[in-house]
Design a protein around this ligand. Sequence first.
Ligand SMILES: *[C@@H]1O[C@H](CO)[C@@H](O)[C@H](O)[C@H]1NC(C)=O
Ligand SMILES: *[C@@H]1O[C@H](CO)[C@@H](O)[C@H](O)[C@H]1NC(C)=O
Ligand SMILES: *[C@@H]1O[C@H](CO)[C@@H](O)[C@H](O)[C@H]1NC(C)=O
Ligand SMILES: *[C@@H]1O[C@H](CO)[C@@H](O)[C@H](O)[C@H]1NC(C)=O
Length: 378
Amino acid sequence: MRNVRAKALLLAGVLGLFVLHLCKDFIDNKIFNLEEDVREDKRQIRQLIQKKTYVYSWTECQQNMSAANITGFKTLPQHIQDFLYYRHCRHFPMLLDLPDKCGGADKSAEVFLLLVIKSSPGNYDRREVLRKTWAKERLHNGVWIRRVFISGTKDTGFEKERLNKLLKVEQREYNDIIQWDFHDSFFNLTLKQILFLEWMERNCPNARFLLNGDDDVFAHTNNMVEYLQGLKDNDGSKHLFAGHLIAGQGPVREKKSKYYIPVQVQKSESYPSYCGGGGFLLSGYTAMVIYNMSRSITILPIDDVYMGMCLAKAALSPASHMGFRTFGLRLPSASRVQSVDLYDPCYYRDLLLIHRFLSARMYFMWHKLSDLNLKCGP
Ligand SMILES: *[C@@H]1O[C@H](CO)[C@@H](O)[C@H](O)[C@H]1NC(C)=O
Ligand SMILES: *[C@@H]1O[C@H](CO)[C@@H](O)[C@H](O)[C@H]1NC(C)=O
Ligand SMILES: *[C@@H]1O[C@H](CO)[C@@H](O)[C@H](O)[C@H]1NC(C)=O
Ligand SMILES: *[C@@H]1O[C@H](CO)[C@@H](O)[C@H](O)[C@H]1NC(C)=O
């Protein structure tokens, strides 16, 4: 009998501990949820403030059905048909905004170099490396470098939502993404560029200079700041557009090429001079001139050529800068000498931008080049 009572007591004790444990979990969760709620409230307040400064008021852009009447339309590749159906669309709702990136339009002159990096939603790893290397937001030589990634959306349905969520999570941590709700594709890069310029006019019109480029280039941003500071007019109020100059080219009529432009998209056989889209430097003034010109120029899907068209319309020229190597760098006798070291920072020390660099090499090179004791031969 005593034995039974002792067993019951023991059981009650164990049960009690168990219930206590459950309670604790419940309370912990409650506190956690409370913190989440407070954070959520703060976010909503922030969004309310943002909403006050910018209200999207365009109706959804409709497909231009008459595009299908263009001669030979049915014979064009699918992505070109898509392009022609939506060529006229220039406004898309924002999914992620950064109205305070430059401290507001009034204070935006304090941004010396704004890094504007085209990045597709799935390229998380590229963004992560850039944040840690050349695109780090920082004060260099007494002036501010700021960073934005510009993005559209990828895929549809669940997969699209998943990628949007990824960007949202990144935004919460880094505050460096501008995203619009349009399909992020190669032939929509000009659209992305125009949407960025529209954002800039609203939120960062007085940034001194911009580096406009892709997320797979190595940009020596310290060298860029020093180069720009050394210019006679270094407040961004004069024309500057510099990069890897490409002149005397015309549309690629080869159907298999990524750059294929049929006569249905552009009749003329020539392109104006332009700078390779991997990366180029421009002044805030020139960016705003380009935006103004773009309003009256039909979209051409090749974004760097389109920038050249806008410059030409404003009677401005793009300039060649030897520091830009958007076709990569030909290393000395790389084909003959096996021992040439692709990781030797001395090849890159004096350059401004090189295509194409990915994670490990990017991380390694940035650290090598940031080493003040780096010694190179003549
Ligand atoms: C062009 O397309 C529109 C809309 O689909 C149609 O109504 C019209 O008849 C077409 N015009 C010609 C010339 O084929
Ligand atoms: C629709 O496409 C036709 C054929 O290319 C073109 O003439 C017309 O201007 C386009 N409409 C709009 C709104 O862009
Ligand atoms: C560009 O984006 C719009 C909006 O998402 C889409 O309808 C269109 O098909 C896209 N164009 C291309 C060439 O991807
Ligand atoms: C662009 O256009 C706007 C309005 O039309 C004008 O106020 C502004 O001065 C122009 N900017 C440049 C750099 O030409």
